[in-house]
Design a protein around this ligand. Structure first.
Ligand code: MG
Length: 391
């Protein structure tokens, strides 16, 4: 199929895809990356993102980002930039929509707790879990497990991987998605882009949610040079927004300009880097250093913002208290299922019972917990312990 927008030579071209693990008949109207995207949107894991924490636990407010709205913002930014760079927009969309599928309930706190529980059996990593979901855990097709996505989508979903896990993947699938971590290669530009827009999206929306929740103030954000610059610009143009009744528009306009600044910076910097490197195709991209990047100045500004958010929002005592309770929920659920697998729903328990060894049994418990939404985890914990740890 001819794409509506011409693709750069270094973009991923569905006609030259490395294909799927199980061959399928080509679709008459959709490219294989469009098909990947559709499979992701129709998966159960995608729908569960709606009730999973980004930073704020779901019940804390209706307007805060959830994993789902975060995911949609990532996909929006990714598509805009992909189109400007003549990269494959459909592939970027697919990878962005899948990038957080493997997240546990309660965000990073949940992942840390589950990783601790699984320490003796290979640990738990949300990135690897996203791949595990699309490769094995989704059960939708008669002939195979998983969503059977294209190599390029799977390559983008696995953005980090320890050497040990890469070796395990390589043993299962020689020359597959684990290989680049062993060879020290990069993924496609589409995958590199999704990784960067994830960071752009969350640093912008966490400023918004942080201020909206009153855990941060716009004044406090003046200590971050990147935010201060856009804030000053907006106040200079619209002095009336400096009054209390202008606070909401001031916040939105500042964040909007910051996002645009970052997006245009990535487009310009990446375009220059690609023009200089002139990779012949995506395989040449994989052998080069990363090409999708911020300029040095914007990279530093964004990093300062991320450090500010870490100190003042992610480690805010109120967030930390919620997250401690959330970790307790995850740890206690793991112990309860480990003591007695019949505490899990029958099909899940059956998997735990039929597993060959202890590591596989523990993995099936971790899969079950990782798949939970925040509220399901809280309800399940209450059902088994009689205690409600969060409202
Ligand atoms: Mg994300």
């Amino acid at each position: 199929m001819t794409p509506v927008f011409p693709l750069a030579a270094w973009a991923c071209d569905p006609a030259r895809s490395r294909g799927r693990r199980y061959p399928v008949t080509p679709d008459p109207t959709r490219s294989s990356y469009q098909r990947d995207r559709d499979r992701i949107v129709h998966s159960s894991a995608f729908r569960r993102l709606e009730y999973k924490t980004q930073v704020f636990v779901n019940h804390e407010g209706d307007l805060f980002r959830t994993r789902l709205t975060h995911t949609l913002e990532v996909a929006q930014l990714g598509r805009s930039i992909a189109r400007a760079l003549a990269l494959n927009e459909d592939l970027v969309e697919a990878i962005c929509l899948a990038h957080d599928l493997g997240h546990t309930p309660f965000g990073h706190a949940g992942q840390e707790a589950l990783n601790d529980c699984m320490r003796a059996w290979g640990g738990f990593e949300h990135n690897l879990q996203s791949l595990r979901l699309v490769d094995f855990l989704e059960q939708r097709y008669p002939a195979y497990d998983g969503l059977n996505l294209s190599f390029e989508a799977r390559e983008g979903i696995l953005k980090h991987c320890s050497r040990r896990n890469a070796e395990l993947l390589e043993a299962r699938e020689p020359g597959g998605v684990g290989a680049r971590f062993l060879r020290g290669e990069q993924p496609s530009l589409e995958a590199q882009l999704c990784n960067l827009v994830d960071a752009i999206a969350y640093s912008a929306h966490d400023v918004d949610d942080g201020v909206r929740s009153h855990l941060l103030t716009l004044d406090q954000l003046r200590e971050v040079p990147l935010v201060a610059r856009y804030l000053a610009q907006v106040v200079a143009e619209y002095p009336r927004l400096a009054r209390p009744e202008g606070a909401r528009r001031l916040r939105h306009e500042t964040i909007r300009r910051m996002l645009s600044g970052q997006v245009h910076d990535v487009i310009t910097t990446t375009r220059d880097a690609v023009e200089r490197a002139r990779p012949a195709d995506v395989d040449a991209v994989r052998r080069l250093p990363p090409l999708v990047a911020f300029s040095a100045a914007m990279g530093e500004g964004t990093q300062q913002l991320q450090q500010f958010l870490l100190r003042n929002l992610y480690r805010h005592p109120q967030v930390a208290r919620t997250m401690e309770a959330a970790q307790q929920v995850v740890r206690e659920l793991f112990t309860l299922y480990r003591e007695d697998a019949t505490r899990m729903p029958a099909d899940q328990a059956a998997q735990a019972f039929t597993a060959d060894d202890e590591a596989q049994r523990m993995r099936s418990i971790a899969d079950f917990i990782a798949g939970m939404t925040d509220r399901y985890a809280l309800r399940e914990h209450e059902r088994l312990t009689g205690r409600r740890l969060l409202p």
